[in-house]
Design a protein around this ligand. Structure first.
Ligand code: MN
Length: 485
């Protein structure tokens, strides 16, 4: 894939985009205090003195957050830096009572890495990770509770964040969308961030610039802060790129600035001139020692890594015979992949995948239930597929059995037994029905013999109907062809 090329009357343009993603670390307590990170508590319920910026309070680093960051770095195929440092990033805002954010600047905990994304045309692209550092989150300002007041909720202040910065490797909105979905999938597999963009636990800043196609220059970029869905990120990239092109083609210049994306219009508007690093007066955090990790610590986390989506996907393709597309869909979500593996155990994995992605997902959708609440268990889905592959029931009956399973949660073997649905493979029994059908439709027999051979379907249908769907369709077909000559 060559990326998205935007063509105007005056020329062709290429999009350059990089992302910065803030991901809330899954941990029980905050990164520098013992206050809870629970989402949905009453306002200011989870606030330690240091989270409120009380004078004289000292930060104490939560080891769990370090563990999670290293695990994430390994999941991004990235360099883990055994030496890192905390810095103060100074700025004033009402929801930042300390007057500075404790973050990492010159020496982040994670260095360069790479993530492979799969694109809709079947190709894959490698996206470079520039770095990842850990820092504290700010509180929340609430402006819509009263017309003349703003409120501050510090529950989020001090929650641990991982800030992942990509290289400017995206050339199309689709690539950024695929990356965010892949990143979210990796974080969820790792259990280091829940990836819920709508709750703000994963927030994306989007940097966009454009250049004439074929040029290697990097022009001025604009940043859109906190775009809160994958779809909005993709819209923001395209619309911002088009804005740049229009400015350039009319002889204007783009100013480096922070812009706000408005989901209702899809447009961006200027918020403020972009700050530069020197505006923040970064300096080493005097209240925290440098963070030094040893090889044993990193090795222990490595030993604790789950199988990640890429590895799982290639195992499903190479060992279980799934198509790349099926494996991709099934592996995006760990729960789905686990469910599939449980269902496929001991059965025809490819057929299980077909059922899962067809009737099963369709059923969940229709009933509006999540996988974890599925009335059809993984074991029972596997059993159903087995009943078909071992010729106990035919495909048509399997659909009826599945419908009963979806309503009752019952075991398919029991359903088949109780309702007497086993298919008839006894040739003698089927032959009797075939003879009956042939005898009762002389016109169609004559037509078939006269060359209308596609009537075979009609004959099969009649026999299946008379057998209440239980005849083995293969046997029916053979017998009919023999007898009709
Ligand atoms: Mn940050």
């Amino acid at each position: 894939m060559t990326g998205m090329i935007i063509e105007t009357e005056k020329g062709k343009w290429e999009i350059i985009c990089g992302l910065e993603i803030h991901c809330q670390i899954i941990s029980n307590s905050k990164i520098f205090s013992g206050a809870s990170t629970h989402y949905g508590s009453d306002a200011n319920e989870n606030v330690a003195f240091i989270d409120a910026g009380m004078p004289g309070m000292l930060p104490s680093l939560n080891e769990r957050c370090v563990y999670q960051a290293v695990k994430t770095g390994l999941g991004l195929n990235a360099q883990i830096n055994k030496y890192s440092e905390f810095s103060r990033k100074n700025y004033f805002y009402a929801d930042l009572p300390q007057g500075y954010q404790i973050t990492q600047f010159r020496y982040p905990i994670v260095g360069e890495g790479k993530v492979t994304v799969d694109l809709s045309d079947g190709t894959a692209k490698e996206i470079g990770i520039e770095r990842m550092h850990i820092e504290q989150d700010a509180g929340k300002s609430i402006h819509d509770m009263a017309p003349d007041k703003s409120f501050i909720d510090l529950n989020r202040a001090g929650v641990g964040l991982m800030e992942i910065v990509t290289k400017p490797d995206f050339r199309a909105p689709e690539e950024a969308g695929a990356f965010l979905r892949k990143l979210r999938s990796i974080l969820r597999y790792l259990g280091t961030c829940d990836g819920n963009m709508d709750e703000g636990s994963m927030r994306c800043d989007v940097n966009v610039s454009v250049r004439p196609l074929g040029s290697n220059e990097f022009r001025t970029r604009c940043e859109m802060k906190n775009v809160n869905s994958v779809k909005f990120v993709m819209t923001a990239i395209e619309n911002e790129a088009r804005r740049h092109i229009e400015v350039y083609e009319n002889g204007g210049e783009i100013a480096q600035e922070t812009r706000q994306f408005d989901p209702s219009t899809g447009k961006t508007k200027a918020m403020r001139k972009k700050e530069f690093a020197h505006d923040y007066r970064y300096f080493p955090e005097p209240d925290l020692l440098p963070l030094v990790l040893d090889d044993d610590y990193i090795a222990r986390i490595k030993a604790d890594m789950p199988e990640l989506p890429d590895a799982k996907k290639s195992r499903f393709v190479n060992e279980l015979g799934l198509t790349a597309y099926d494996a991709e869909v099934i592996c995006e979500n760990k729960e789905t992949a686990d469910f599939f593996e449980k269902a496929a155990k001991g059965h025809d994995a490819k057929k299980v995948a077909n059922w899962l992605m067809g009737d099963f997902f369709g059923m969940l959708n229709e009933k509006k239930v999540e996988l974890k609440d599925s009335p059809v268990s993984a074991e029972n889905l596997g059993k159903l597929v087995e009943l078909v592959t071992s010729n106990v029931i035919n495909g048509k009956t399997a659909k009826d059995v599945f419908a009963i399973m979806a309503d009752t949660g019952a075991d398919p073997e029991k359903i088949v037994e109780e309702k007497g649905l086993k298919q008839v493979t006894d040739t003698g029994a089927i032959e009797a029905i075939v003879d009956e059908v042939i005898a009762s439709s002389p016109d169609n027999v004559a037509a078939y013999k006269g060359g209308k051979t596609n009537l075979i379907g009609w004959f099969v249908g009649q026999v299946m109907k008379k057998s209440q769907g239980k005849a083995n369709p293969g046997v029916v077909n053979n017998l009919l062809k023999q007898k009709l000559g």
